[in-house]
Design a protein around this ligand. Structure first.
Ligand code: UDP
Length: 311
């Protein structure tokens, strides 16, 4: 029988790429796309569009759904600091309502879009890598919303759950003609690609060049990790796992600015410095061991590939 999937946030950056990858992996699958924002130009990616605000609207789960891929969320660290209740309502209430409906409908597999930011600032990991068994210690409101939903899923034995902790998602699928479209855009790489002006938030962090270090992972690799997680859950009943999805390699903001300046702007960028951004932590780099051993996941794209894809 053909697979049936629910993808929430189907019109978002990672959700839209996920729909594309699901159709590639399962050409005759049925995708029930859920989003509170309609985007006609993405309508071809899924079979049914369900205009739903998960925090307030009734949530419909098609009968026989094999898995829910839950991406829908507000995603800006800065905005979360300014509007915490809006973030808790959308990200936490929306997710709890979806989880309750999934259990009621007997959905066997639930894959949650989490974030490396759930680790927060762990002193022991400052110069090492972040392991899944470290305690969650979220710093920003955004990260707290993700950690809360993770905790609920950890305590949800009714279905297989995987919480994928993405490091910094970036890049795009050029062939699929998909883009990273956020309004307003706050993420480093798309901002640098779009504007010849770069603003670096903070250069006095305890890192090699004083700027924050992140692990940038291509969105296509992230989607591949979801497919691998789903395949794992299908044959491992009782799956309940949090897994880092990153490359294991850290790049400072300065390094990223230099690369984008070279690859996209012929070295003509204007670079300025501002105060540290609220909610930031100095270093987030994945320990990739569990993803490698359990999911057999290895990223295929580098930071240069990511920047090239955004030309
Ligand atoms: N950043 C920056 N200038 C910008 C946007 C981001 O210096 O215009 C920094 C930000 O402070 C963080 C890193 O780049 O240290 C990555 O930020 P992004 O918002 O892309 O992802 P986050 O790590 O916050 O999820």
């Amino acid at each position: 029988m053909s697979k049936r999937f629910v993808v929430t946030g189907c019109n978002g950056y990672i959700g839209s790429h996920m729909c594309y990858e699901l159709k590639k992996a399962y050409p005759d699958c049925w995708i029930h796309g859920v989003d509170r924002v309609e985007k006609q130009h993405l309508r071809h990616l899924y079979d049914f569009y369900d205009h739903t605000d998960l925090a307030v609207d009734p949530i419909s789960i098609p009968e026989g759904t094999d898995a829910i891929f839950h991406f829908a969320a507000y995603i800006s660290v800065e905005e979360g600091e300014q509007q915490p209740s809006r973030y808790y309502r959308n990200n936490v209430v929306g997710s709890l309502r979806l989880i309750a409906r999934a259990i009621e409908a007997g959905v066997p597999n639930f894959i949650f879009s989490s974030t490396a930011a759930v680790y927060g600032e762990d002193k022991s990991a400052m110069f090492g890598h972040l392991n899944e068994d470290m305690k969650m210690n979220p710093h920003s409101v955004y990260a707290k919303t993700k950690a809360m939903v993770e905790q609920v899923l950890i305590d949800t034995p009714e279905m297989n759950t995987a919480r994928l902790r993405y490091f910094n998602a970036a890049g795009r699928d050029v062939k699929a003609n998909l883009f990273e479209e956020h309004d307003p855009e706050t993420h480093l790489i798309p901002l640098l690609v779009k504007n010849k002006k770069a603003t670096i938030y903070g250069d006095t962090w305890a890192t090699k060049d004083g700027t924050c270090i992140r692990d940038y992972v291509h969105v296509i690799d992230i989607c591949r990790a979801h497919l691998l997680a789903y395949k794992h859950m299908e044959i491992n009943s009782g799956t309940n796992m949090s897994i880092n999805i990153g490359t294991g390699e850290g790049h400072s903001v300065k390094e990223v600015v230099d690369k984008v300046n070279k690859i996209i702007h012929n070295g003509e960028m204007e670079i300025t410095y501002e105060d540290k951004r609220n909610g930031d932590v100095p270093r987030l780099v994945a320990n990739t061991e569990i993803a490698e051993t359990i999911l057999k996941f290895k990223p295929q794209y580098t930071l240069d590939d990511i920047i090239e894809s955004m030309k």
